[in-house]
Design a protein around this ligand. Structure first.
Ligand code: GUN
Ligand code: MOS
Length: 763
């Protein structure tokens, strides 16, 4: 089935926040963000700005009617700075004017005097100073301390990953419309309508039942709108609440890039020990997460780093500790993979370091240590592992031996171009790591003309979740998709939603929809059975008709529904789903946090230009564990997008803050994202259809986040290509591997990071 949004997307008719027709009298907001990263506000002068034509009012923290607080996990984030600023771009004032231009012109005339305080941008430095968001956490399996003596080979090292800009095509924004009784309605570009509802309720001091949040769809989220849509919604709501007029704020790209958090940069120290057969016996890692200036989702992201710190390998002795470090960057936040990719990069770096030192292919170590069914993760869950099947199918199907031979032959024949190949097996746990978030509700209405309207907590952000939910209903009702409409996500229809996140949205909301539709069908079947004096089990729905004992009757869907209504059968249902079986004990750091895991293996090959440092990703060939895909078009799209986004993070997207905490890579001219020229020349995706029962909707496993991690393979493929050229040089595990870093590595000497002129280059 096609994505149900394809038609309006292609015609430019899909409605995003900025396409909502404006109500007469709407005003426009713009945020004045702190020009410095850390300091005490001495004086704020808004007089010149307030006097400009069109300016209606300028809001500061003094106007907040409720609590000046939007922190979720930790209450450490004021909506508007009161006396201290913690990051560049932190809202200090909010201008409201009768036009967008007037609001932005006024922002430029606001003057603030700030006594600067020391700025920390580095996570290790913050940790040294004791600047932690929460106490550190440690996951442990076996006993690493007593394992090193059993290791033949031990390697230690450091690895670093940088941040990543979400670059959703639709920037952040909100439109707040005051209602009667002080209520407020907010159209928000958010993954978490309930998160926005809570934040607005808190800031305005209103009960949640007066705060309606509605979302039609987003032009991308990638985690950036899981928590950070709250700010703009709360600012607009605050202004609308005071002025009793609608207020809209849709961020410019450069504001969005400068003011919002990104993927967390991580720095880590690792120690890995292997026996003579190259089995990994022990692994220790210490992670320094750069959380930015406030907690936001950092503690949860940090936790997922620990969950995924051994990727898809079984290691009997593990000790992993993570620090969430407070710096003066905009608070970093959820980003597709949610800390998992960072943990996985570190173990892959440790394996690569061992492989390089021992002179074996990393793949030899990877394959020997793949997780088997029955193995225990460091957090206590027992694996139902598809890792070996994915690996062996990929290496056979794509003939990795032949690929390797080709790479070696190419490298022997070419001096100034080198190819590199890497295998990247992945494993990703599906469920919110916070157990309570794994619940969802669905509201299904069948109307008397046979049409169906569905509302869930799911937010459509281009990932195709509405298409999947519609498929669920179409299958249960056995009707054509055209008869079903997925309505907007709205906090007055579905309450207390979890954000659309953690790859779990289709599972959670799809299961709730399955339950709601099934309940309605069961009532209608019972009605037919009583009418026809047959057993309810013998009544089925098929091809829009009622069938009895496998015989088609003349009762079609529409007359069935109408009869149900006449007989006063409930044609609506609100169902609640909570993922069974999952639990986690944070005191012991053990449990069964995930409904299931998604596995896969990618083979990534690249070619490096050894004079320029530039490169191409030649191919990414994947065997992916889909369970049983319910929509291959949507799922393949998710995998292709994930691969490219992962490659971007690992090879070209370089977030740069200066020492004063100012974002220098603040536009698409200075922040390079993958374009059509940089996507892999070939992407091949094969299905591992796994027979085992699982908790996914229709056994179709979650697909949102896992494929991003295939992109990590591009880093190691580049590393291998560089090492084919420069056999002795040492260079750090430091992503992204930009062309500049590739060039430096090509000519690095044995002392890590030092570049000297290479003999061959002068020839
Ligand atoms: N995004 C990806 N994984 C998670 C998770 O476990 N929790 C939350 N809140 N968001 C996520
Ligand atoms: Mo979360 S990174 O918003 O799935």
């Amino acid at each position: 089935m096609k994505n149900i949004d394809a038609y309006t997307h292609l015609r430019g008719e899909s409605i995003y926040l900025d396409d909502i027709p404006l109500i007469h009298g709407t005003l426009f907001g713009a945020s004045f963000g702190s020009p410095v990263a850390h300091g005490i506000i001495r004086h704020l002068d808004i007089s010149e700005a307030a006097a400009l034509p069109g300016v209606v009012r300028i809001f500061t923290y003094k106007d907040i009617t409720g609590e000046n607080q939007i922190g979720g996990i930790v209450p450490d984030e004021p909506l508007i700075a009161d006396h201290e600023v913690h990051f560049c771009g932190m809202p200090v004032a909010f201008v409201v004017a009768d036009s967008v231009d007037a609001a932005r012109a006024a922002v430029k005339k606001i003057k603030v005097t700030i006594d600067p305080l020391p700025v920390i941008t580095d996570s290790r430095e913050a940790q040294q100073l004791g600047e932690l968001i929460i106490p550190p956490r440690t996951f442990q399996l076996g006993d690493t301390a007593n394992s090193w003596q059993h290791c033949t080979h031990i390697f230690e090292g450091r690895a670093d990953t940088n941040g990543q800009e979400h670059l959703y095509i639709e920037t952040q924004g909100a439109y707040a419309v005051p209602q009667e009784h002080n209520a407020i309605k907010i159209y928000s570009s958010t993954q978490g309508p309930t998160a926005v509802q809570r934040a607005v309720s808190r800031v305005l001091g209103l009960p949640m039942h007066l705060v309606e949040v509605e979302v039609n769809r987003l032009g991308g989220g990638f985690g950036g709108k899981e928590d950070q849509a709250n700010t703009w919604a709360a600012l607009c709501a605050l202004a609308a609440h005071h002025l009793k007029r609608p207020v809209k704020y849709s961020l410019h790209r450069m504001e969005d890039m400068a003011m919002t958090g990104k993927r967390h940069p991580y720095s880590a120290d690792f120690k890995i020990g292997l026996n003579a057969e190259l089995k990994i016996i022990a692994y220790e890692a210490t992670f320094y997460q750069n959380a930015g200036a406030a907690a936001d989702l950092s503690p949860a992201v940090m936790e997922r780093t620990l969950f995924h710190c051994t990727n898809t390998y079984f290691i009997p002795n593990v000790k992993a500790t993570a620090y969430s470090c407070r710096t003066h960057l905009p608070p970093n936040t959820a980003f597709r993979g949610f800390g998992g990719p960072q943990g996985m990069f570190m173990i892959e770096s440790a394996i690569a370091k061992a492989a390089e030192a021992l002179g074996v292919e990393a793949a030899v170590i990877q394959e020997k240590n793949l997780l088997q069914t029955g193995d225990e993760f460091p957090y206590g869950q027992i694996a139902q592992s598809e890792a070996p099947d994915c690996w062996h199918k990929a290496t056979a199907l794509y003939d990795v031996a032949a690929m390797r031979k080709e790479v070696n032959a190419f490298n022997a024949a070419n001096k100034w171009h080198k190819k590199g190949l890497a295998c990247m097996p992945i494993c990703f746990g599906i469920s919110f790591t916070k157990t309570l978030m794994n619940q969802a509700r669905s509201l299904v209405h069948v109307y008397t003309d046979g049409s169906v309207g569905i509302t869930t907590g799911a937010v459509e952000m281009g990932q195709g979740v509405n298409t999947k939910i519609l498929q669920v209903a179409a299958q249960v009702f056995s009707i054509q998709p055209e008869k079903i409409r997925i309505h907007t996500t709205n906090t007055f229809k579905i309450a207390n939603t979890s954000p659309s996140a953690a790859s779990a949205t289709a599972d959670l909301n799809g299961k709730a929809t399955l339950m709601a539709c099934t309940a309605i069908v069961e009532r209608l079947k019972k009605m037919v059975a009583e009418e026809m004096k047959v057993d309810a089990q013998s009544v089925t729905l098929q091809d829009e008709y009622v069938w009895v004992n496998k015989q088609k009757t003349d009762i079609d869907w529409k007359s069935l529904v109408m009869t149900g209504h006449i007989k006063r059968i409930g044609l609506s249902e609100h169902a609640h789903y909570a993922t069974p079986e999952i639990h986690f004990d944070a005191a012991k750091e053990k449990g069964h946090p995930f409904a299931y895991h998604v596995y896969g293996t990618a083979l990534v090959s690249v070619t490096v230009d050894c004079i320029r440092g530039t490169y191409t990703v030649d191919s990414v060939k994947v065997v992916h564990d889909f369970g049983a895909s319910m929509n291959t078009a949507v799922d393949l799209g998710q995998i292709e997008g994930g691969i490219v986004q992962g490659i971007g993070w690992m090879t070209m997207e370089e977030v740069v803050y200066d020492a004063n905490g100012r974002l220098r890579s603040n536009a698409l001219s200075t922040y390079k994202v993958p374009d059509i020229y940089s996507v892999p020349k070939e992407i091949a995706i094969d299905f591992l259809q796994t027979p085992h029962d699982n908790l996914a909707i229709f056994r179709s496993k979650a697909v949102g986040e896992p494929p991003l991690m295939y992109g990590i393979g591009a880093y190691f493929a580049l590393r291998n290509a560089v090492r084919a050229f420069n056999k002795t040089g040492q260079f750090a595990f430091d992503a992204p591997m930009t062309p500049e870093k590739v060039l430096m590595a090509l000519y690095a000497t044995q002392k890590e990071g030092i570049i000297e002129s290479h003999e061959e280059t002068t020839n």
